[in-house]
Design a protein around this ligand. Structure first.
Ligand code: C5P
Length: 275
């Protein structure tokens, strides 16, 4: 038996840091969506193993990977092949999205999804759902959100890996307001207007560690983004564009001006296959 799962890029359209637990983990309130751009995982019956290929395979530790930890937590066996097309340490889920895809794949092979998946990573529960959601707590509270419009996005990463704990440490205020109440419906203008009342609280501290993020945001805005913001702890930023041709043109222009950056025009991911 062989199953294939996509691990879509997680995007924090808004991320407010609302507090900190005694163990140091931060309380978040985040509106999360998933982009069609993603890693690919194939699971074949057999003893547990992992091989990684794809443009961002180098540097990943195949022996100490979250995919293997996820399979062990589930008690599942499979030969896992991961095709890494998303940059790593990039604020778009990465290891959590891959590990969640392993758990979804194992579930389709008959291995139940384990409890307390947030122990594998704060983004694991939302990546398991892989559909638009509000994420609270340290990531363990996942709530439904109004249906999203068909977003046309450009994702840009300046090819700088961000150390998530250092970004949180550089945060000045940890007691920010939660997300404002959401409207009943999000068409594109309503979503953009809503997001303009929100922030990513990690953006400013990430820029102090990686000033190129400010350049990425400026390039997205100059290219016509209705809204440009960093995702997670960075350094990937997203721009929301009016339509696919505006997004495609912006991606082309930004990519041509910065050949070493990772730039992709994408939409929202379809919901995952039922398990
Ligand atoms: O859970 P994950 O491994 O993705 O988190 C990486 C690091 O990010 C944690 O060790 C912690 O320093 C920080 N973090 C946090 N609060 C969160 C999520 C992550 O402080 N809610």
């Amino acid at each position: 038996m062989s199953v294939t799962e996509v691990a879509p890029a997680k995007l924090n359209l808004a991320l407010h840091v609302t507090g900190q637990r005694p163990d140091g983990y931060h309380l978040l309130d985040s509106l999360v969506v998933f982009a069609a751009a993603g890693d690919k995982l194939t699971l074949d019956a057999g003893p547990l193993s992992l091989s990684v290929d794809g443009p961002f395979a180098s540097g990943l530790d195949e022996d100490d990977n979250l995919c293997l930890k996820a399979a062990r937590l589930a008690g599942g066996q499979a030969a896992i092949r991961l095709t890494k097309t998303l940059p790593v340490a990039a604020g778009i889920g990465g290891g959590s999205a891959d590990a969640a895809a392993v758990l979804r794949g194992l579930a389709r092979m008959g291995v139940p999804i384990p409890d307390a998946t947030e122990r594998l990573g704060a983004d694991l529960p939302v990546c398991l759902a892989a559909r638009p959601a509000r994420m609270r707590g340290v990531g363990e509270i996942i709530e439904p959100v109004p249906e999203m419009p068909d977003l046309r996005l450009v994702l840009v990463n300046p090819r700088v890996e961000m150390p998530t704990p250092q970004v949180f440490s550089a945060l000045q205020r940890k007691d920010n307001a939660p997300l404002p109440a959401m409207p009943d419906r999000f068409d594109l203008p309503a979503l953009v207007a809503y997001l303009q009342t929100c922030r990513n609280d990690l953006e400013a501290p990430a820029i102090t560690l990686c000033p190129q993020i400010a350049t990425v945001l400026r390039e997205l805005r100059d290219a016509g983004a209705l809204l440009a913001r960093m995702s997670g702890s960075g350094a990937t930023c997203f721009g929301i564009f009016t339509d696919a041709s505006a997004a495609g043109l912006a991606a082309y222009r930004i990519g041509a001006a910065h050949e070493n950056w990772w730039v992709t025009a994408t939409g929202l991911a379809p919901p995952p296959q039922p398990v």
